[in-house]
Design a protein around this ligand. Structure first.
Ligand code: ZN
Length: 262
């Protein structure tokens, strides 16, 4: 069977997209999963220089919060610093500058950051950075660069996990049904009855498997996996997957080149 990937659920309800990956092994899906989490670059604030901070939070706490703000990321226009022609010095192709000046009483929100590139900005404008009391001030300049989730989770584009795909056969007329139902998780029940759609929706295959095979029989689909991707907002989910595949391909190409020169 040749390998394929199709979108099963675009995640409109809970933000988790689900893909069906066919014709592969748990090890290979896991390689994709790890690449999604650790090897898809995104933009994040990495260095902050404070000019003023009389808020209740220390500089380093605010800097940490700034690092964790998801930023819209443009992988076509920006390069990793170590792969940039400036050789890590920092230039417009690898670095975005943010400034913020605030002295109004109340919350300072992510949307108040002024970016050197309007295309790169906080994904969630209403994320609070700090709360200022009367007379308190905050002023800083921050530098954002591309990085990998494997270096720091602030650069992770998404959380991803995978499960076996399965089907469920239910026998709602079993003599022991009433007695056995309490062994099943409440998320698998709808109006007091087992529901195959809910079991699939909440990914409860492993949970209900083996409770009572005469009432609920789980059959795993061979070589088929569900890849769940929870996007943090910097990139579109499709771009995250395509970038992950490209990274895997590049890594293998690097090995290939190395092997050829042996
Ligand atoms: Zn550069």
């Amino acid at each position: 069977m040749s390998m394929s990937i199709t979108l099963k659920d675009a995640g409109k309800k809970d933000g988790v997209s689900v893909f069906v990956v066919k014709g592969t092994t748990p090890a290979f899906v896991n390689a994709i999963r790890r690449t999604i989490i650790g090897r898809v670059p995104t933009m994040a604030i990495d260095v902050v220089e404070f000019q003023k901070n009389s808020s209740a939070m220390y500089d380093e706490v605010i800097a940490h919060r700034l690092g964790l703000l998801p930023l819209t990321t443009d992988l076509k226009s920006y390069k990793l610093r170590k792969e940039c022609s400036c050789e890590g010095a920092g230039c417009a192709r690898c670095t975005v500058k943010f400034t913020l000046k605030a002295k109004t009483e109340g919350y300072v929100y992510a949307e108040e950051l002024k970016s050197s590139d309007p295309a790169i900005k906080p994904v969630y404008p209403k994320m609070p950075i700090v709360k200022l009391l009367k007379g308190q001030e905050l002023e800083f300049e921050a530098t954002a660069v591309l990085g990998f989730g494997s270096e720091h989770v602030k650069w992770a584009a998404a959380h991803a996990w995978h499960t076996h795909d399965a089907t469920v056969k239910l026998n709602q007329k079993h003599a022991d049904l009433a007695k056995e139902l309490e062994k099943f998780p409440p998320q698998a029940l709808k109006n007091g009855k087992l529901d195959a759609d809910l079991i699939a929706e909440h990914n409860l295959f492993d949970v209900v498997d083996g409770i009572n095979n005469d009432i609920c029989k789980v059959e795993y689909v061979p070589d088929t996996f569900l890849l769940h991707v929870e996007n943090f907002g910097q990139l579109k989910t499709k771009e995250i997957l395509l970038t992950a595949f490209e990274r895997l391909r590049l890594d293998v190409a690097t090995l290939e080149e190395s092997m050829k020169s042996e």
